[in-house]
Write a protein that binds this ligand. Structure first.
Ligand code: NAD
Length: 248
């Protein structure tokens, strides 16, 4: 399993959920892994251990992806520690769902800052290293609701749609330098983010999915492996839905 041998990946929001699974799948393919999350907690130590057990270098960095200066500092620290950055996965994200009528300005601002501005922060900080290396793959975690919208999630959908525009623009801007940029649009994936949904809502969602099941973090991570590896060397500016056929 050597699809990512010799590559270094940085994954934001990597200590749990989809990001953690991406870290582990990348490591299984031979990549060294830097991951970031808001604070050092027990997930940091357990992930670092799992990565070491897989025989790769793995290190967690406490960093708020929505902070411009903090992100640049963290990216510089990752480059100093690992020597290069080949893959950036902009995975950190949050929800603050509500109908527009009840949505506060603070909930709008926070979701845009964490889900969208973070992608600008990290991509800008990483690009100088990728430009020097003359290669790179950037993977942005969007959502099916960024493609199709969803009542009660106008802030989240707007952030995830904005991220698709950013992805396509960066693909056009950096393609000539052999830096690729793609987005993944997961559907309903079973993680902490979705476990707060009531069982009835969950069942209704699943009825709308042609494959009749919620996705697993590894379903998303497998597509991230493809986009991070040279298997996708002629793929850029694309949005890949990983949604069991929900967005069809
Ligand atoms: P999760 O809540 O389990 O994990 C998200 C991680 O991001 C957490 O570890 C959290 O601490 C971290 N994080 C939050 N804010 C951060 C910040 N400012 N800086 C750094 N880290 C931060 O969520 P998940 O389900 O694993 O989602 C991962 C990504 O996939 C998110 O961008 C989410 O929007 C997207 N997504 C998830 C689903 C789903 O159904 N679970 C569907 C579509 C898209």
């Amino acid at each position: 399993m050597t699809l990512l041998k010799g590559k270094v990946a940085l994954i934001t929001g990597g200590s749990r959920g989809i990001g953690r699974e991406i870290a582990l799948k990348f490591a299984q393919q031979g990549a060294d892994i830097a991951f970031s999350d808001l604070a050092v907690d027990e997930n940091f130590a357990s992930l670092e251990k799992e990565l070491a057990d897989l025989g790769v270098k793995g290190k967690g960095f406490a960093s708020d992806a929505s902070s411009f200066d903090g992100s640049e500092e963290m990216v510089n620290a990752v480059a100093a520690e690992f020597g290069r950055i080949d893959i950036l996965v902009n995975n950190a994200g949050i929800t603050r769902d509500n109908l527009l009528m009840r949505m506060t300005e603070a909930d709008w601002d926070l979701v845009i800052k964490v889900n969208l501005k973070s992608v600008f922060n990290l991509t800008k900080a990483v690009q100088k290293f990728m430009l020097k290396q003359k290669s790179g793959s950037i993977i942005n975690m969007s959502s099916v609701v960024g493609v199709s919208g969803n009542g009660g999630q106008s802030n989240y959908s707007a952030s995830k749609a904005g991220l698709i525009g950013f992805t396509k623009s960066i693909a056009q801007e950096l393609g000539s330098r052999n830096i690729r940029c793609n987005a993944i649009a997961p559907g309903f994936i079973e993680t902490k983010m979705t476990e707060k949904l009531p069982e009835a809502v969950r069942e209704e969602w699943i009825k709308t999915i042609p494959l009749r099941r919620g996705g697993k973090p590894e379903d998303v991570a497998n597509v991230a492996v493809f986009l991070g590896s040279d298997l996708s060397s002629y793929v850029t500016g694309q949005v890949i839905n990983v949604c069991g056929g929900m967005n069809t």
